[in-house]
Design a protein around this ligand. Structure first.
Ligand SMILES: *[C@@H]1O[C@H](CO)[C@@H](O)[C@H](O)[C@H]1NC(C)=O
Ligand SMILES: *[C@@H]1O[C@H](CO)[C@@H](O)[C@H](O)[C@H]1NC(C)=O
Length: 304
């Protein structure tokens, strides 16, 4: 066990060295014009560091995700409310493997007005997994804006970002589920975001799905609306202020059982339809354990 841990930390150190040397290389290259990196998509990128600048910070993300488990593609529409801390023409954030089809800037107070937004130019720096949205004019410090980004991507094959997972039914049919694992730096594979832990924000997640599927996210569902064409859109409650790596969602055809603890906490267990009959024991155990710990630690509203 101990040697395994040592091996892990060795690998970690090697990875850190790798990142560090990349950073140093980038810097040497830039001497003299220290805010601009070499062209990536034919244009100069306005930021040459691995860490994001903090001239612009996110306040809230309204994120609508539409995954298709048949085509294993997803589209997304997000509206990020940002606060400008220092005058700048650039909004630099993370994005990895996503195709951005549109980025528009709206003044924060103009909600509901018919004024068209300002188109932002999208610059890419794939080596740093960053994009820069360039405004035609300087955004002045102290203002709030909405950045509306449309994008699409493919569900990943690994276990990172927004990825495709499968299970087999009893009859041997392979079914697909779409799920996320964002820690530490994979939220940027699912939606453009300020993917560093200190850029905390609120998240309001919406997920489009077919009727035969369910969607789950960090927060309880507040409503489901029916869209033209029969798809459903689940709206989840807004999260507390948190880091991007904590965001999670899943679309699948799992079934659930639910119970409530004596202090009123709802507990749910989800499983593939074939395994559903085995969930009742898990539910019974989970409720008993939660009640035990509430009493043991004298905490009535367990944060789980
Ligand atoms: C980069 O530097 C140039 C001059 O050296 C300056 O005009 C420009 O505004 C800088 N860009 C950013 C994003 O700070
Ligand atoms: C996924 O694509 C299939 C085939 O194009 C379509 O029938 C289905 O409605 C789509 N589902 C969603 C959730 O978009």
């Amino acid at each position: 066990m101990a040697s395994l841990c040592r091996l892990c930390s060795l690998v970690l150190v090697l990875q850190l060295l790798h990142i560090y040397s990349l950073g140093v290389y980038g810097f040497k290259h830039q001497t003299g014009k220290n805010n601009v990196t070499s062209p990536t998509n034919g244009k100069l990128f306005p930021w040459n560091k691995m860490r994001l600048p903090d001239m612009v910070v996110p306040i809230q993300y309204d994120l609508c995700v539409h995954p298709n488990l048949t085509t294993v593609h997803f589209t997304g529409l997000e509206r990020i409310e940002i606060f400008v801390r220092e005058n700048t023409r650039f909004i630099v954030l993370h994005s990895k493997g996503l195709e951005i089809t549109s980025a528009v800037l709206l003044p924060k107070d103009d909600l509901g007005s018919s004024k068209p937004g300002t188109q932002l130019q999208v610059l890419e720096h794939p080596a740093h997994e960053q994009i820069a949205l360039q405004a035609p004019e300087v955004l002045t410090a102290g203002q709030r804006f909405l950045v509306v980004i449309e994008f699409h991507g493919r569900l990943a094959d690994g276990f990172d970002g927004f990825y495709k997972s499968t299970y087999k039914t009893r009859d041997g049919e392979t079914r697909i589920i779409a799920t996320t694992d964002f820690e530490p730096t994979s939220a940027r594979m699912a939606f453009p975001c300020f993917d560093e832990p200190s850029f905390k924000a609120n998240f309001a997640i919406m997920i489009r799905r077919e009727r035969k599927h369910i969607a789950l996210s960090n927060m309880p569902k507040i409503k489901t609306i029916e869209l033209e064409g029969g798809l459903l859109e689940d709206h989840f409650d807004v999260t507390v202020k948190m880091s991007t790596y904590l965001v999670a969602y899943i679309v699948c055809d799992f079934k659930s059982v639910q119970a409530t603890t004596s202090s009123g906490i709802k507990v749910s267990i989800y499983a593939s339809p074939d395994k559903w009959s085995q969930t009742h024991y898990a539910l019974e155990a989970a409720v008993k354990l939660l009640e035990f710990y509430e009493k043991y630690f004298d905490i009535t509203q367990f944060c789980y």
